[in-house]
Design a protein around this ligand. Structure first.
Ligand code: ATP
Length: 842
C-alpha cells in the first residue's frame, strides 16, 4: 500500500501535481490545499502528462470556495442518496464477459477493505433522528398553536426538542462516517444477494433483436434485457450508429421522455467496452502491461444543469453499467468536497456533474479531472439551459480545460501516463454530444442546423451564449450528426393539453377541484414562485390533501425524501418550482398542473414533459388568470397551437369547493399569523441572547390578561373552524344532482369510504338473501375518481386560442370602452352646459 498522497503546497512556483497513490488516503487537510488556475490542457503538449498547471492568482477563488456557481435554484443533493460505484474496477487481465460475471465475487473482496475505510456515503441513522425530531417539533408547534397544552409547557417542550434537533445536526457530521459504513455494508449485502446478472434478465435473447440490429455490444444487449428495454427509442436508434460506429459528434433533439439519456449514454458505454476488449487483447500480447496500474483515466464528462438531474443521469447509467465494471460517479454541489475527492481518486471512467462543483474540483487541480488527455466524450445534457442568461460561467472554464481536438491521436497517447485501459492505438478523437428536448425551439437554431455548423459565423472565444458557439468551443466538428426528431409543437404526441380560465383568486378552488374530483394518478403542480408553492401546499394540506413539496429553499434531505415519496406512491401529489421541470423522470405522472404560468415556452415544455413520457398518455392543465392571458396566447403561438381544450369543469361541485376553501383560508391565515408571531419572538430572543441582553418580557398585569384572552379567543375560533371543515370533509363533495344511491367519490375520507363500502356490501348480501330487491342497491364510487386525462378525453371542449383573434377582440373591447367614456364625458359636459344656461336664464 502506498503512502498517503502528500497535499500540494501553496506556492507561487509552477508545480506538478503529485502522482496518485494507489492506496486510500485519509488526509483531509483542506487548508493546505493549493488553489491553482488550471491551464488549458492541450495548449501545452509536454505538460500534458503531468497535468502541470501554472500557479497564478486564482480568479475563481470565490467560486472555488463558495457555493455552486450560477444556477441559484440548483438542487442540493444529499450524499446519502448516492451510491459510490456502480461496480468494481475491472480486472483488465480478464475477458470482458468474465469481468461482468465475477462482479459479485469481487464486491465481496472489496467490501472487507471498505469496512475499515473512510466511510463515504449514507448517514441514514443520524439523519433519521434529526428528521424524526423535526416532525416532533412540528407536532409540538402545532399543539402550541392549538392552545392544547397551555403556552409555557408547550414552549418549553418545543425548545427542548429544537435543542435536540440542533445537537443532532451538529453531531451528524461525526456520526456520518459510522452511519455511512453501516449503509455501505447494507448496500454490499443487498448487492451480494443479487447473485448473477442472468437471474435478473427480463427479456429473452430474441426479444432484443432490434438492439442487435444496431450492433449493440453483447454486454449492453444483456443490460437491455435486464432493464426490459425491448427496442431502442427513435432518438437512440438515430444516434447510436453515428455516435458509436462512425465516431461522430451528435446534436440531438427529441421530445421529453424519449430516452435521450441512453441516446448519449449507450455510445459511451459501447466505446469503453470495445476499447477495453482491445486493451485486454493487447495486454495478453504485451506482458509489460501488467506492471501498469494507474486505474482508468476520465473517459466521459457529462454536464447537466441541475444536481438532481446529474444524480438521475448517473443512476440511469449505473443501472446499465451495473455488471460492466464501468464506473459512473456524480460530482455535484451540496456534497462534501473531500468525499468527492475520494470518489475521484478511484478514477471512475464516467463523471456526471454540474458545472459549478466540477469547476471547483478542477480549479483545485483535481488530478482525475484535469488530466483530460484521454477524455473521449464531452456531453452537455439540457444544453440550452446551460447557456441561459449567462448562468454557467464555470462551463466556459471547463471547456477551456478540454484538450484541443486537432492534435493527433498518437500525440495524445504519448502524453498519457501508463494507463491500462486506453492503450496508444485505441485512442480516438474526442466526441461531443449536445442534447435537449428544446434545442430546436428557436426557429433560428433550426435554420442554422439545416445549414450546418460549418457555415455559421465564428464566435468569440469567451462566447458560449449560443448552442452553436458552445458546441464549437467544446470541439464539436463541423460534420456533426444532427438528429432533430422534434415536431413543430415539440411536445409529446400523447399529451392532452388543456386550460381553465379563472380569476387569480379562484386558482386555489380549481386546483382543489381538479385534485379532489379528478385526482387519480401521480400529479405535479408547478409554481414559479416559492411563495405561491407555500401558499397552495398549506391550503391543500388543511383541506386534507397530502402534498409533497420540492423547492430550492428546502433542506436537501427533505427534498430528496419528497422525491422518493413521490416515486413510491402512484397517487402522490408534488408541488414544485421550475428547478424541477427539466429532465426529472418519474413513472407514470398522469397530470401536470401549471398553477402559475412559466416565464418561457421551454419551461412550459419541460414542465409538461414530466407527463406523457415513454409514449404514454398524460395531461397538462394550465390555470389561466386574466393577467396570464396574453402570455398564454403567445405561448400557444410559439408552440403553433391554435386550438386548446378547455378542461371540463363540473360547476355543480364549485359551491362545495368554495365552502371548504373559505374555511381552509381562514385557518391558514390564523396559522400563518401565529407562526409569524412565534418566529418574531424567537428571532428577538435569539438576537438578544447573542448580544448578551436580557429581554424585558414583563408585561403589565392588564396586558398579560388581554394577551391571554386574545390567544384563548383565537384558539377557540381556530378550533371551531377546524371542526367545521372536518365535518365538511367527512361528506362527499357532492354535485347538486347527488343521489342517495350513488355516493360520488370526491371528498370521501378513507374512513368514510371504508364504512360506505362495508355498508354497501352488507346491503348487497341482504338484498341477495331477500330475493334480490331491485332498486335498493347502494353504490359507492368512493375514491376511485375520474382522472383528468379521462375527463378531458370524454368531454374536453376545444377552444380556439388564436392570438390574432384575441388581439382583435381586445381591440374591439378597448374601442367600445373608449367610446363609452367619451360619450359619458360628452353627456356630463352637456349637463354642465345646460345647468349653466339654466342659471343664466334664472
Ligand atoms: N429503449 C428504451 N425502452 C424503454 N424505456 C426506455 C428506453 N430508453 C430509455 N427508457 C426509459 O425512458 C424514460 C425516459 O428516458 P430519459 O429520462 O432519458 O428521457 P429524456 O428524453 O432525457 O427526457 P427529458 O427530455 O425529460 O430529460 C426513462 O425512464 C428510461 O429508463
Amino acid at each position: 500500500m502506498a503512502e498517503p498522497e502528500p497535499l500540494p503546497q501553496v506556492s507561487s512556483e509552477p508545480t506538478t501535481p503529485p502522482q496518485e497513490g494507489s492506496g486510500r488516503t485519509k488526509t483531509k487537510n483542506k487548508k493546505n490545499r493549493s488553489k491553482k488556475q488550471p491551464k488549458r490542457a492541450g495548449a501545452d503538449t509536454d505538460g500534458l502528462s503531468s497535468g502541470a498547471s501554472t500557479m497564478v492568482e486564482d480568479p475563481f477563488f470565490v467560486l472555488a470556495g463558495g457555493k455552486e456557481g450560477g444556477f441559484l435554484d440548483l438542487e442540493e443533493i444529499d450524499e446519502a442518496d448516492f451510491g459510490i460505484f456502480g461496480g468494481v474496477l475491472d480486472d483488465v487481465g480478464q475477458s470482458v464477459e468474465e469481468a461482468g460475471k465475477d462482479h459479485g465475487k469481487k464486491k465481496k473482496k472489496t467490501k472487507k477493505r471498505k469496512r475499515g475505510g473512510d466511510g463515504e456515503g449514507f448517514s441514514g441513522d443520524a439523519a433519521l433522528v434529526v428528521e424524526n425530531d423535526q416532525v416532533d417539533v412540528e407536532k409540538v408547534e402545532k399543539k402550541v398553536e392549538d392552545g392544547e397544552k397551555g403556552d409555557k409547557k408547550g414552549k418549553r417542550k418545543m425548545n427542548m426538542k429544537k435543542r435536540k434537533v440542533k445537537d443532532n445536526e451538529m453531531n451528524r457530521e461525526s456520526d456520518e462516517d459510522v452511519a455511512s459504513d453501516k449503509a455501505e455494508d447494507m448496500q454490499d449485502d443487498t448487492e451480494n444477494m443479487e447473485q448473477n446478472e442472468d437471474d435478473e434478465l427480463i427479456l429473452g435473447e430474441d426479444d432484443v433483436s432490434a438492439w442487435r440490429e444496431l450492433r449493440l455490444h453483447p454486454l449492453l444487449l444483456k443490460a437491455m434485457r435486464r432493464l426490459g428495454f425491448k427496442e431502442p427509442t427513435p432518438i437512440q436508434k438515430s444516434c447510436f450508429p453515428a455516435a458509436a460506429h462512425r465516431g461522430k459528434d451528435v446534436i440531438g433533439a427529441a421530445e421529453t421522455g424519449s430516452g435521450k439519456t441512453l441516446a448519449f449514454g449507450l455510445p459511451v458505454l459501447q466505446r469503453l467496452l470495445e476499447e477495453r476488449e482491445k486493451a485486454t487483447r493487447l495486454q495478453q500480447e504485451d506482458e509489460k502491461m501488467e506492471e501498469r496500474s494507474c486505474g482508468s483515466p476520465l473517459r466521459a464528462l457529462i454536464l447537466t444543469p441541475t444536481r438532481e438531474l446529474a444524480k438521475q443521469v448517473c443512476d440511469h447509467l449505473k443501472d446499465v453499467a451495473k455488471f460492466l465494471g464501468i464506473h459512473v460517479v456524480p460530482i455535484v454541489g451540496g456534497l462534501s468536497m473531500e468525499k468527492q475527492e475520494r470518489l475521484l481518486k478511484k478514477k471512475p471512467e464516467i463523471v456526471v456533474g454540474t458545472p459549478g462543483r466540477l469547476w471547483e474540483h478542477m480549479s483545485m487541480n483535481n488530478q482525475h479531472l484535469v488530466e483530460l488527455h484521454s477524455l473521449s466524450f464531452f456531453i452537455l445534457d439540457e444544453a440550452d439551459r446551460m447557456i441561459e442568461r449567462g448562468h454557467f460561467r464555470e462551463l466556459q472554464s471547463i471547456i477551456e480545460m478540454l484538450p484541443l481536438t486537432n492534435g493527433s491521436d498518437e500525440q495524445a497517447a504519448r502524453t498519457m501516463p501508463n494507463c491500462e485501459t486506453v492503450p496508444i492505438l485505441q485512442i480516438k478523437k474526442r466526441q461531443t454530444f449536445v442534447f435537449s428536448a428544446t434545442l430546436a425551439l428557436s426557429s433560428n437554431f433550426r435554420k442554422k442546423l439545416k445549414r450546418g455548423l460549418s457555415t455559421s459565423k465564428a464566435s468569440t472565444p469567451d462566447d458560449v451564449s449560443s448552442i452553436e458557439a458552445l458546441s464549437k468551443q467544446a470541439g464539436m466538428k463541423s460534420n456533426a450528426e444532427i438528429v432533430d426528431l422534434t415536431k413543430a409543437s415539440i411536445l409529446p404526441e400523447k399529451l392532452e393539453e388543456s386550460f381553465i380560465e379563472c380569476s387569480e383568486e379562484d386558482k386555489d378552488a380549481y386546483l382543489y377541484y381538479i385534485l379532489s374530483v379528478h385526482g387519480q394518478g401521480r400529479t405535479i403542480i408547478f409554481c414559479t414562485s416559492i411563495a405561491a408553492l407555500r401558499h397552495i401546499s398549506s391550503i391543500l394540506r388543511i383541506l386534507g390533501i397530502n402534498v409533497l413539496t420540492n423547492h430550492a429553499q428546502m433542506q436537501q434531505r427533505a427534498r430528496m425524501k419528497a422525491v422518493d415519496r413521490f416515486r413510491e406512491s402512484e397517487n402522490s401529489i408534488l408541488v414544485a418550482t421550475d428547478g424541477f421541470a427539466r429532465g426529472m423522470d418519474f413513472d407514470d405522472v398522469r397530470t401536470v398542473i401549471h398553477y402559475q404560468l412559466p416565464h418561457s415556452t421551454d419551461v412550459y415544455i419541460h414542465r409538461s414533459g414530466r407527463t406523457a413520457r415513454k409514449s404514454l398518455a398524460g395531461c397538462s392543465i394550465a390555470l389561466i388568470s386574466p393577467t396570464d392571458k396574453s402570455r398564454f396566447y403567445s405561448l400557444c403561438k410559439s408552440l403553433s397551437k391554435e386550438n386548446l381544450q378547455q378542461f371540463p369543469v363540473d360547476h355543480t361541485y364549485m359551491s362545495g369547493v368554495m365552502n371548504r376553501l373559505s374555511l381552509a383560508r381562514q385557518i391558514d391565515k390564523i396559522a400563518r399569523k401565529t407562526s409569524q408571531e412565534n418566529a418574531n419572538k424567537s428571532w428577538l430572543q435569539r438576537n438578544a441572547e447573542s448580544m448578551g441582553l436580557i429581554l424585558d418580557t414583563s408585561d403589565s398585569e392588564e396586558d398579560h390578561v388581554q394577551g391571554h384572552k386574545k390567544r384563548k379567543a383565537t384558539s377557540a375560533h381556530l378550533q371551531k373552524l377546524q371542526q367545521e371543515l372536518s365535518d365538511l370533509l367527512q361528506c362527499p363533495l357532492q354535485p347538486k344532482t347527488f343521489s342517495r344511491r350513488y355516493l360520488a367519490g370526491a371528498g370521501v375520507s378513507p374512513l368514510l369510504q371504508k364504512q360506505l363500502e362495508e355498508l354497501a356490501k352488507r346491503n348487497a348480501s341482504n338484498n341477495s338473501s331477500k330475493s334480490k330487491n331491485k332498486g335498493s342497491g347502494f353504490v359507492v364510487i368512493g375514491q376511485d375518481r375520474v382522472e383528468p386525462l379521462q375527463a378531458l378525453q370524454n368531454s374536453g371542449q376545444e377552444v380556439c386560442v388564436n392570438i390574432d383573434k384575441e388581439r382583435e377582440k381586445r381591440r374591439v373591447a378597448e374601442n367600445w370602452r373608449r367610446k363609452k367614456h367619451e360619450e359619458k364625458k360628452r353627456t356630463q359636459e352637456q349637463k354642465r352646459k345646460d345647468k349653466r344656461k339654466a342659471k343664466e336664464m334664472a
